[in-house]
Write a protein that binds this ligand. Structure first.
Ligand SMILES: C[S@@+](CC[C@H](N)C(=O)[O-])C[C@H]1O[C@@H](n2cnc3c(N)ncnc32)[C@H](O)[C@@H]1O
Length: 293
């Protein structure tokens, strides 16, 4: 079992501490504990469009998995999953599209995992794993991973709205390379990550401070930094790519899909989350005769 020993949220089970996974669930209209709602209201002061950004993130997750299902991917590893959205949890989205699809929700907050298990209920298509995303071996070596997935088949890694909680010391890029190393070509990576382009320091600093009070990092990254997380993957065309010479992370609310085009309110937002969907390339042929990693 892996937990972040630095996190006060995880060490201290005092009920008055807000927990980011439950705050996010509260934003998505799920659980509504007073301490999480207070944190959520504090965040709203500094990020007044957070509700719309949360909606855009949820829609992006749904659209991305539906797109990947249409490409034949049936295995989904949801890193820092939070609690599955109660209105339309991702395990229902994927199994409605393909009854054989599977999803493993991974979170290092035990309370979040308990809530996730309640929402999963008896379905065989989903499990919740209590593990830290900074320890990929704990994820790939888990019984839950073995029970759900066939490692010879493509795996989609969902990393939405979680790597802001992973500091440079833990190197998100190195971690994602470790996840990538366990995946066969044709696998996928989905990222949504907060940026600060539409925010002033008077907004970002309190958000970072509020999370730091619980020993959670909260790091806003740039488009270049987010694009770099897709190393080894071919980023699929997204909403703004037609304007840009190279595929790169884009505001997820503009990820170019019929549903987003049909809902202009999403595209009109200023954007907190940037990201995209990448497909794992085949290794380059090695001039010496083998293949390179
Ligand atoms: C803001 S919620 C996002 C939930 C979901 N990924 C989404 O996009 O809607 C972030 C979640 O990541 C979890 N988390 C943060 N750091 C983590 C880590 N190092 N390992 C596992 N889970 C982590 C938190 O507990 C929380 O449930």
């Amino acid at each position: 079992m892996h937990t972040n020993p630095r996190s006060r949220y995880l060490r201290d089970t005092a009920p008055e501490l807000p927990r980011p996974g439950l705050v996010w669930d509260c934003l998505n209209g799920g659980t509504n504990r007073p301490d999480d709602r207070i944190m959520f209201n504090k965040l709203l002061i500094h990020l007044p469009r957070l509700r719309q950004d949360a909606k855009a993130n949820t829609q992006f997750r749904h659209l991305a998995v539906l797109h990947l299902l249409s490409r034949g991917i049936r295995q989904f590893l949801d890193l820092g999953s939070g609690v599955p959205v109660w209105k339309r949890p991702l395990h229902n989205v994927i199994t409605d599209a393909d009854p054989d699809a599977r999803i493993l929700y991974v979170d290092h907050d035990e309370v979040v995992c308990e809530r996730s298990r309640e929402r999963i209920g008896t379905t065989a298509s989903a499990l919740a794993l209590h593990a830290n995303v900074t320890k990929p071996e704990g994820v790939f070596g888990s019984q839950e991973f073995a029970d759900l997935f066939d490692p010879s088949q493509p795996l989609a890694i969902l990393a939405t709205n979680v790597f802001q909680h992973v500091s440079e010391a833990d190197s998100p890029r190195r971690l994602l390379a470790a996840y990538r190393a366990e995946c066969v070509p044709g696998s996928a990576l989905v990222i949504a990550h907060p940026t600060a382009y539409d925010l002033t320091p008077s907004q970002t600093e309190p958000v970072t401070r509020l999370h730091r009070e619980g020993d959670y990092p909260y790091i806003f990254r740039t488009t270049d930094e987010i694009t770099a997380l897709f190393e080894g993957y071919q980023i699929l065309p997204g909403g703004l790519l037609s304007d840009q010479p190279e595929p790169r992370a884009v505001p997820i609310a503009r990820w170019d899909t019929p549903a987003h085009r049909a809902d202009p309110t999403l595209s009109a937002l200023a954007h907190l989350f940037y990201g995209g969907v990448g497909i794992l390339r085949r290794p380059e042929p090695d001039p010496e005769g083998g293949t390179q990693p």
